[in-house]
Design a protein around this ligand. Structure first.
Ligand code: C6P
Length: 410
């Protein structure tokens, strides 16, 4: 595969030209949110400037243009993740978290009861862990957690023990936002289906960074966010198999999601609209469509390879320091483009704030995976996460900034 022309791609992200106190910005917090590609900003500006209108409601020309753009964005995003059902398998939400809640409430609240089990993993993000924990509490179901092993991978023997005929749902992260672990999601889905359980895959750290084919994985539900894939904030996606979304009742009500309303009762519109009440994120959908076009033109396999190369280089440089603990698998197909670590005797928050003094932006904290940090035996971790526009020189800047922190606390 031809490597990325990073210098050329960086021109699409003017923010990367910024200097902070005279130092060039080194943005390494892409797992939190990526920067927004110029074609995305241009597409959203064009919408607001030329065909801004509400969707599905107006007879007038602008509303028709906006409606078509909004509907086609569903088809385009569905195609991007291999959903052959198009818009009938692609719901737009606010973010991955809301996508998770949609399944938990619209499916979980109706289908789960005492004796049912929801099987999660120890590396789940709070978006799934807290959500299923609360739904289980309300329905009388139980949550169990597939353990991670000492390398930060899932213990698949334990997975086969946890997933039984009492399991109603398996909910697992495709790529861990803390460990960088790439999980064997197809295998997890197969085990779930062998026990007539459904499978929800949290793809927030996968869809932006690697090719994803939801039908090859055979997930029943798959969630991700626009802002992590060079797209806008305020829009998330939920893929769902058509027959499941057809059967599911909505859990948010209002205009745009109904077919007929009387004083006595209401009936619902078609999928995805029945799950999209009120005025939806129209400009964001236009922006996400542009983001998908932008990423696909670059090539998701090339983006994956670029990120994995940077993560491998970062892993090797950090490991060579001798006083840095790195979490998650060694570089390779089981590790994505992020590295979680701690510098001996320096709290992650202190480290990140000193790195900020050097204009190096990383994340520090629990990354919304507090139970995982308990499992790792640390209160917090630092994390460098890469994207298509990062460079090896920026990894060197990361290591140099860490060294400044080491000197300061020596
Ligand atoms: C695996 C995973 N699952 C769900 C989410 C939530 O995405 P939202 O778009 O915020 O709803 C995230 C977002 N993780 C950010 C914020 S905590 C991070 O810095 O790692 C995630 O990484």
């Amino acid at each position: 595969l031809e490597s990325l022309d990073v210098e050329r791609l960086r021109e699409d992200f003017p923010i990367l030209e910024r200097e902070l106190d005279g130092k060039p910005l080194v943005y390494l917090d892409n797992a939190a949110t990526t920067q927004t590609a110029d074609p995305v900003v241009d597409a959203m500006s064009d919408y607001y400037r030329r065909y801004n209108a509400n969707v599905h409601r107006g007879i007038h020309h602008l509303s028709q243009e906006a409606s078509i753009a909004y509907e086609e964005a569903h088809d385009r995003v569905a195609e991007f993740v291999g959903a052959s059902g198009g818009r009938e398998e692609m719901i737009f939400t606010k973010n991955t978290t809301e996508s998770e809640n949609l399944v938990a409430y619209a499916w979980g609240m109706r289908e789960l009861g005492p004796g049912d089990e929801v099987v999660l993993t120890e590396m789940e993000h709070h978006a799934s862990l807290v959500t299923w924990q609360q739904i289980a509490e309300r329905t009388g179901a139980d949550c169990t957690y597939i353990q991670i092993d000492e390398t930060g991978r899932l213990d698949m023997d334990h997975a086969r023990e946890c997933i039984t005929d009492d399991t109603a749902m398996v909910s697992a992260v495709h790529v861990s936002n803390t460990l960088g672990t790439v999980n064997p999601v197809s295998e997890l889905v197969d085990i779930a289906h062998d026990h007539d359980a459904l499978a929800f895959i949290d793809g927030a750290q996968a869809v932006p960074n690697r090719p994803v084919d939801v039908e090859a994985i055979d997930a029943d539900f798959y969630a991700f966010s626009g802002h992590k894939m060079a797209g806008p904030t305020g829009i998330g996606c939920l893929y769902g198999k058509a027959h499941l979304l057809e059967e599911m009742e909505p859990y948010l009500y209002g205009g745009g999601m109904i077919r007929k309303v009387t004083f006595e009762e209401s009936t619902w519109g078609d999928v995805p609209w029945k799950f999209e009440p009120g005025t939806p994120p129209i400009a964001e959908a236009v922006g996400l469509h542009a983001a998908v076009d932008y990423l696909e033109e670059i090539g998701m396999d090339r983006i994956r390879d670029h990120e994995e190369e940077l993560a491998e280089y970062a892993y090797e440089r950090l490991a060579a320091e001798g006083d840095i603990e790195i979490y998650g698998p060694e570089p390779g197909p089981d590790r994505s483009g992020l590295v979680g670590f701690n510098l001996e005797s320096v709290h992650a928050h202190d480290l990140a704030s000193i790195m900020n003094d050097h204009a190096v932006a990383i994340r520090a904290g629990d990354h919304c995976t507090q139970p995982l940090h308990d499992r790792l035996g640390v209160a917090a971790s630092a994390r460098a996460s890469f994207y298509l526009y990062n460079t090896r020189e920026e990894v060197d800047a990361l290591v140099d900034a860490i060294d400044s922190a080491r000197q300061l606390f020596a």
